[in-house]
Write a protein that binds this ligand. Structure first.
Ligand code: ATP
Ligand code: MG
Length: 256
């Protein structure tokens, strides 16, 4: 049975998509069967996995509106070696269209039941909001991975996310938990970042992943080649950190 994780943080530009595609590629690299779901109408995780969002026949939009199954809509990214259920601008409309429908927050969960045995990991890239799309991700998941930059304001937004997760846990999905905070875009030369990184670890303990993702220009360059850094330049420091993170995730799920 696949373990399902949302990569979420309602803050924009904190590294959600970079984390999702590189963790997906890292997990594939260590032999895991992976499905990556893009729940963001921006479609960055789709493009960043080598799938052209403008040329997709079917997307996660069709799955949410029940006009296609995941098996029909997902495609294999051959270079990345994981499956992609892509998103594009069409998905922005789903938000409104779902409002009138029954079980609107559980559409993705229902669709995933059919493919649970096809994968070891299912990763969901969430948009920078606590919207109906993110709610569909949270209802479907066993856990949430929260990428965070080690900055002074990083903790501020965390309270909203934690409260949302608590509410979803209480009312919609008893399985849901925060798996961990992932420290990303880390620059060890900046003293403040070192301090915040250490504070996070001492305050949240086990809820903070041991792996730290460094700021690394190769990770930022990779999307323009339609690839995760892990595939684009496996020897880059950032790519190696994501493969390390994939190994840490494999270990964690054995304890879940
Ligand atoms: P949004 O909220 O818009 O969905 P996001 O949280 O998904 O954004 P990303 O798109 O992953 O964030 O990252 C934001 C920017 O930071 C991108 O330009 C990305 O290439 C860059 N970036 C992410 N992680 C790193 C890193 N470790 N080193 C260098 N650049 C990074
Ligand atoms: Mg993103």
């Amino acid at each position: 049975m696949a373990k399902i994780f949302c990569v979420a943080n309602q803050k924009g530009g904190v590294g959600k998509t970079t984390t999702t595609v590189n963790l997906a590629a890292g997990l594939a690299k260590v032999g895991q069967r992976v499905l990556m779901i893009d729940l963001d109408p921006q479609g960055n995780a789709t493009m960043g996995s080598g799938v052209d969002k403008r040329k997709m026949a079917l997307s996660v939009y069709d799955v949410l509106l029940e006009s296609a199954s995941i098996r029909e809509a997902a495609v294999l990214s051959e270079k990345c070696r994981y499956h992609v259920l892509g998103a594009n601008r069409e998905l922005a409309g789903a938000e409104v269209e779902l409002v009138a429908l029954d079980h609107r927050e559980k559409r993705l969960k229902a669709a995933l039941a059919e493919v649970a045995d096809d994968y070891d990991f299912i990763l969901i890239d969430c948009p920078p909001s606590l919207s109906m799309l993110t709610l569909n991700g949270l209802c479907a998941a066993h856990g949430v991975i929260v990428p965070m930059q080690c900055e002074y304001f990083a903790l501020e937004g965390l309270t909203d996310l934690v409260n949302t997760i608590k509410q979803v846990h209480a009312n919609l999905n008893r399985d849901l938990q925060i798996i961990g905070l992932l420290r990303v875009m880390f620059d060890p030369r900046i003293t403040l970042q070192q301090q915040v990184a250490e504070q996070l670890k001492s305050h949240f303990g086990d809820k903070v992943f041991n792996t730290v993702i460094p700021r690394n220009v190769r990770l930022a360059e990779a999307p323009s080649y339609g690839l995760p850094g892990v595939v684009f330049d496996p020897s880059a420091k950032g790519s190696q950190a994501f493969v390390e993170f994939a190994r840490e995730m494999v270990e964690r799920i054995q304890k879940m």
